[in-house]
Ligand binder design. Structure first.
Ligand SMILES: [Zn+2]
Length: 136
């Protein structure tokens, strides 16, 4: 878990993926068919879900803690799988991420946004090279 977390979001050190600013509650859709393989709080990624298809893992970070999918769910492309989460989240033990007022945040984030990362065989790739229309 520690390594995954570092690769995912060692904040500015390893920023693998793209950030898409969006208000809390914005619906997030599956960009391909797949299966949910992770749905939990993931350090700097905050509340995170991972959609996996063969060797590809698509990670949606800073989502709402009120998950609407579960690990093991089979997902169809275009399915509503998460919502953009709040900036602040409470009740996570030892959450090291805080805003300037000292309130705990949904991972390493300064505001509501989607962080989208895609790995193929555990190598990060540019999401926009695979899915050019991702942010539309
Ligand atoms: Zn990010």
């Amino acid at each position: 878990m520690a390594r995954e977390f570092l690769l995912l979001h060692g904040a500015s050190i390893f920023h693998k993926g793209i950030d898409i600013g969006a208000p809390e509650g914005t619906k997030l859709y599956a960009i391909c068919d797949g299966e949910i393989t992770f749905a939990d709080f993931l350090g700097g990624g905050g509340y995170t879900i991972t959609l996996s298809k063969n060797d590809m893992k698509i990670t949606y970070c800073h989502v709402s803690p009120e998950f609407i999918v579960s690990v093991g769910d089979t997902i169809k492309k275009g399915q509503h799988i998460a919502n953009v989460g709040p900036k602040n989240v409470y009740g996570i033990p030892n959450n090291p991420y805080k805003d300037k007022d000292g309130n705990p945040t949904n991972g390493a984030t300064t505001g509501c946004h989607l962080h989208l990362g895609i790995r193929i065989n555990n190598q990060y790739v540019n999401p926009l090279s695979l899915f050019p229309n991702i942010a539309n």
